[in-house]
Design a binder for this molecule. Structure first.
Ligand code: HPA
Ligand code: MG
Length: 225
């Protein structure tokens, strides 16, 4: 399923320096019968695309990379809600756990920001950013942002003059034009499927699914607004 290689997406302003989990277009996902998932979603998902355990494993590697790069700083984590909350919580846990085994455990602080741009499975023009108006706590800190919609958020964040900004994204989708900008830390590069679970939603449903799954046509219809 996963092909470990250097990332091949064209990046205008960033390069992925480390190994990345690339999921190939032909990956059909796992058969649902192999997994536990809530009964209320039976029929609403096609397959388990990335099992929870695989996500956790990948997060452990990202946490190790972040510690290697930023372990000497106070880390301010900016979690992008709502879709990034699981990734953020698990990443911070893993960073803390790994940092405890060093001589100098890292100080980690977390702030939250909310972005919303999707209706059904389509991106809408208007991106709403809500969160603390005053992000001046970021000044002079090393920031790791976790979430999906990077560009406009980064423009907002740089105005608070942090010392270093790094972006961690669990998923990067391979679109027709490639990704406009790549996160510094990438969990998985996936084909352009609409996926749900592990806090990613379709009209607020499926956040309670542990695995990342491909939604079915029936699921899209059932929860359409
Ligand atoms: N799933 C849920 N939310 C999203 C996705 C997705 O595949 N892409 C962008 N927002
Ligand atoms: Mg959403």
């Amino acid at each position: 399923m996963l092909k470990n290689r250097h990332n091949s997406i064209d990046a205008c302003s960033a390069e992925v320096k480390r190994e990345t989990g690339v999921i190939l277009l032909c990956w059909p996902g796992y058969n649902l019968e192999l997994f536990n998932y809530p009964e209320h979603y039976h029929g609403d998902i096609e397959n388990v695309y990335i099992p929870h355990g695989v996500i956790m494993d990948r997060i452990e590697s990202i946490a190790r990379d972040i510690l290697e790069d930023l372990g000497q700083h106070t880390l301010m984590v900016l979690c992008v809600l709502k879709g990034g909350y699981k990734f953020c919580a698990d990443l911070v846990d893993s960073i803390k756990a790994q940092s405890r085994s060093t001589n100098c455990p890292l100080t980690v602080r977390v702030e939250f920001i909310r972005l919303k741009s999707y209706l059904n499975d389509r991106s809408t023009e208007d991106l709403h950013i809500t969160g603390p108006d005053d992000l001046s706590v970021l000044r002079g800190k090393a920031i790791v942002g976790t979430g999906k919609t990077m560009m406009s958020l980064l423009k907002h964040v740089v105005t608070f003059q942090p010392k270093t900004i790094k972006v961690a994204g669990l998923l990067v989708k391979q679109g027709p034009n490639g990704a406009a900008m790549l996160p510094d830390y990438v969990g998985f590069v996936i084909p352009n499927h609409f996926v749900v679970g592990y806090a990613l939603d379709y009209n607020e449903y499926f956040r309670d699914l542990d695995h990342i799954c491909v939604i079915s046509e029936k699921g899209k219809l059932k929860y359409k607004v």
